[in-house]
Write a protein that binds this ligand. Sequence first.
Ligand SMILES: [Zn+2]
Length: 435
Amino acid sequence: VDVSRSGPILRVAAAAALVSAAGSCAKTTLPPVSASGAAFEPARDERRLWEVAREEERKLREKVKLYQDPLLEDYLEEVVGRLNPRGMAENPDLQYRVSVIEDPTLNAFAYPHGSLYIHTGLLARVENEDQLATVLGHEMTHVENRHMLRSQRSARNKQLGFGIASIAAAVIVAGEEGEAIERGDYGKAARIDVLSNVLVGLGLQLAVLAAINGYGRDLEREADFGGFEKMAAAGYDPAEAPAIYEALRDDHGESGKLETFFFGNHPRLAARIESAEEWLAAHPATTRPARAGEVDRFARRIRPVVRDDARLNLELGRLKLAEDQLNRALAMASDDPETHFLLARLRLQQSEGEKDPERRKDLQRQAEASLHEAVRLDPDRPGPHRELGLLAFRNEDFRAACVHFRHYLELDPKAEDAGRIRDYVLELERDGHCG
Ligand SMILES: [Zn+2]
């Protein structure tokens, strides 16, 4: 089992543990769910596996922050619906559900009972609907072709602990974050690889297998090919597949080694590109023109994700990535006040790290301009007034600081920091700056 890329926090302590497994050999070559259509009946151990998966999912959803955007979920489910072959859609037991996790890492994975998860970090890298279909089609094939069950049976037959059971048992969550997680303090573990630690820390073995480790070379390749077949059948363009995996490989000048998940893993991405090229070479070009409204709709649904993921990257200090994302969000909609506000926050963070006083001043001026643009686009948004107040205060423009702080308090009197800002206003008033 290759966990060599599992990141600085995870440390493999031991090899797979042997467990005694009784019983006869279970079949590991299984027909896909779609082969039996409405007549599909899950196997007994398959139902048990789904039970475990549902229980895991319940724990997962308690710990992660779900990205709340009902229209985005509808959109993703629509793409899934288009990719889904009839035989799969007809079965009564397996229905897909897509959830988005607010997390800037590159991750998408599927539970065997049809729950698909995708991180904002991955969604924000996708450039068109065909690329989105590439990732979804791959994950859907893991479900349709019953890869989790096949992996479990294969491990049992070899009298190994179910691959991932042994990995999770052997992985030690190390360092401060690990200790914070052991204490149940997930807030403290605010690091980029926090989710992988949560998965391991909670013992969410199926998610560790699906999201971090993957199903091994052969089944991953099968998932690639199955995804391309679905794309071609649905009228998507599999020629876009290498581009999304290239985009995931681009670390935008940030350190890529912090990425723990399967889709953030460079060798695994290289393997995806390789299978895409192999499939494309064997299949005549299937390029097709985008459907009416498709490009537009994709941009509308994805733009907020790109912007909000930029905010997460800002908070993590991944400024180059945040900048690229904000520029992209701006290119998709130049009149979104939140994007201008985030751009201002980016410039302010950049100015804090800037040693050259001229460049520092220039970044602050850019921040100020973006804040004014945010105010112009939405005068009722409190955040920009607060930042403008602080900027003015630091530049000793106390009259302007007073105006902006008062405006901020009017717009958001119950803000978390309202007390502090009121202190500033009092101080400014005492010193006669508020007119
Ligand atoms: Zn996969």
